[in-house]
Design a protein around this ligand. Structure first.
Ligand code: MRU
Length: 411
C-alpha cells in the first residue's frame, strides 16, 4: 500500500475508497454512521444545536429520512439509499428461515427493483440518487445473467451498495484539489497573488452532505489546508438554512475563517468585498453544463458574471446526467409551502431540558392565512454563467466562444 497525495492508503489506483472515520477532518462531521448492518443518521433538521442520531432500520425509514430532509445533500442521500439496500439484504441473508425472495434470482429481482424505484422517488432533482439505484439495478441484472444464485446476487448488491458510499470521500478530495488549484491559477492569471482568497459558497456541500470532506466546501477546505484561503463566505440558504445551520457548523468545526450573509446580500458582497471565486455544488448537471443546485445559486451566478468572478460548480461525475440535454429538462422539486413560512431553531436565550438538550422551536413568520407561496428547492444556472465544472476527473471549461460545455465524454 502506498499513500496517495492526500496521505490516504490506496490498495490500487482505480478502486479508491476511504472509510468515513479516516475521512473526518473534524470530529462529529458526518451524516451517516454504520456498525455492521446498523445504520444511523444525524438528524440534520436539529443541527447545529442538537445532535440526534436516528436509526434507519428499513427501506421505508431511509425513504422518509430523505424525503423529510433529515438527511440531505445529493451524495449523502445516494449513500443512504445504497447503504439501506445493503443493510436490508445483509439482514435477509442472516434470517432463518430465509425470506421467500431469496429462493430464486427472479424472486430477488422482483423484491429489490421496486425498492430501488421507491428510494429514487424520495427526492426528484438529485440525480446521484438515481445513479446509485441504476448502478444497483445493473449489478442485479449482471449477477443474474452470470447465473449466480439469489444469495450470491444479494451479496454482490451488498458489496456495490457499500462501494457507492465508500467511493465518495476519495473523489471529493480529488475534485477539491483540482478545483482549488484551478482557482488559484485563475487568480494569478488575473494578476493576483493566488493567496488569501475569498470564496463564497451556497447551501451545504460539506461532510454532512456527502460521505466526507465535501465538494464545493471541500474546495474551500483544500484552499484552507494549503494556506491559500482568507475567508469563506456562505449564504444562509433559506428557507432551510443549510448555510446558517450546517455550513456554519462545519466551518466552525474545521476552524476555517468564515462569514455568513443573507441570501439577499450577495450583490452587496460582490460590490464591497474582494471575492475571488464562487464554488457551489450540484444536484444535477445536464449534458451542456446547465446545473441544478440549491435555489439562490442562479442569483449568485448572475451577479458573479456581472462582477467577472469565476463561478465554479464542484460535483462528482455521478451528478452529470447525460440523458438530459439542457437544464430545462431537469425536474425541480418544490417543497411544501409551509416549509417556507417556518423557521426552526433552538430557543434563545438557550433553555435546556432535563437531559441537558437545548430546546427547539418552530416559529411561523408569515400571517396565518397566507396562501400563495413559491417554494422551489432548486434553480437551474445556465452553462453560460458557469466558468468551470470540476469533478474527480478534473476541470472542464467551455471551448473558446462557446456558451455551453460538452460533457459527453465525462462519464
Ligand atoms: O435540499 P438539499 O439540502 O439537499 O440541497 C443540497 C444542495 O443543493 C447541494 O448543493 C447539492 O446537493 C450538492 S451536496 C454536495
Amino acid at each position: 500500500l502506498i499513500p496517495d497525495a492526500f496521505g490516504f492508503f490506496l490498495s490500487n489506483a482505480t478502486v479508491a475508497t476511504v472509510s468515513r472515520s479516516t475521512a473526518m477532518t473534524a470530529p462529529g462531521l458526518t451524516s451517516i454512521r454504520t456498525s455492521g448492518e446498523k445504520i444511523e443518521i444525524v438528524n440534520q433538521l436539529l443541527l447545529p444545536h442538537t445532535t440526534e442520531w436516528l436509526p434507519v432500520d428499513s427501506i421505508e425509514q431511509a425513504h422518509d429520512a430523505i424525503k423529510s430532509m433529515k438527511i440531505r445533500g445529493a451524495p449523502a442521500i445516494a449513500s443512504l439509499a445504497a447503504l439501506a439496500i445493503a443493510s436490508h439484504l445483509t439482514k435477509a441473508l442472516q434470517q432463518d428461515p430465509a425470506p421467500e425472495y431469496l429462493s430464486s434470482p427472479d424472486a430477488l429481482k422482483a423484491h429489490v427493483e421496486p425498492q430501488l424505484q421507491y428510494l429514487y422517488t424520495a427526492r426528484p432533482t438529485a440525480v446521484n440518487l438515481g445513479a446509485a439505484t441504476r448502478r444497483l439495478t445493473k449489478v442485479l441484472n449482471t449477477s443474474i445473467a452470470e447465473g449466480k444464485d439469489a444469495r450470491a446476487v444479494a451479496q454482490d448488491l451488498i458489496v456495490e451498495g457499500k462501494a457507492i458510499d465508500g467511493e465518495d470521500v476519495y473523489r471529493n478530495k480529488e475534485m477539491s484539489k483540482w478545483g482549488g488549484e484551478w482557482l488559484v491559477e485563475q487568480v494569478k492569471k488575473r494578476g493576483g497573488s493566488g493567496d488569501h482568497l475569498n470564496v463564497m459558497t451556497v447551501c451545504n456541500t460539506g461532510s454532512l452532505a456527502t460521505s466526507g470532506y465535501g465538494t464545493a466546501l471541500g474546495l474551500i477546505t483544500y484552499l484552507h489546508e494549503t494556506r491559500k484561503l482568507d475567508t469563506a463566505f456562505f449564504t444562509q440558504s433559506t428557507p432551510y438554512h443549510q448555510g446558517s445551520r450546517l455550513t456554519a457548523f462545519e466551518l466552525i468545526s474545521l476552524k476555517i475563517p468564515s462569514v455568513m450573509l443573507c441570501d439577499s446580500m450577495v450583490g452587496s458582497l460582490f460590490q464591497h468585498k474582494g471575492i475571488h471565486g464562487i464554488a457551489v455544488g450540484a444536484d444535477r448537471i445536464a449534458k451542456n453544463g446547465d446545473t441544478a443546485n440549491k435555489v439562490g445559486t442562479y442569483n449568485a451566478a448572475v451577479l458573479a458574471a456581472r462582477h467577472n468572478i469565476p463561478f465554479i460548480v464542484v460535483a462528482p461525475v455521478s451528478t452529470v446526467d447525460l440523458e438530459i440535454e439542457n437544464g430545462s429538462q431537469i425536474p425541480i422539486e418544490h417543497r411544501p409551502p409551509l416549509e417556507a413560512r417556518l423557521v426552526r431553531g433552538a430557543l434563545y436565550p438557550f433553555t435546556s431540558n432535563a437531559q441537558g438538550v437545548k430546546e427547539q422551536a418552530t416559529v411561523m413568520v408569515t400571517p396565518e392565512d397566507l396562501e400563495g407561496v413559491y417554494n422551489p428547492s432548486f434553480d437551474v444556472t445556465p452553462a453560460e454563467l458557469i466558468t468551470a465544472i470540476v469533478t474527480e476527473r478534473g476541470v472542464a471549461v467551455k471551448a473558446e466562444g462557446s456558451n455551453v460545455f460538452d460533457l459527453s465524454g465525462i462519464v
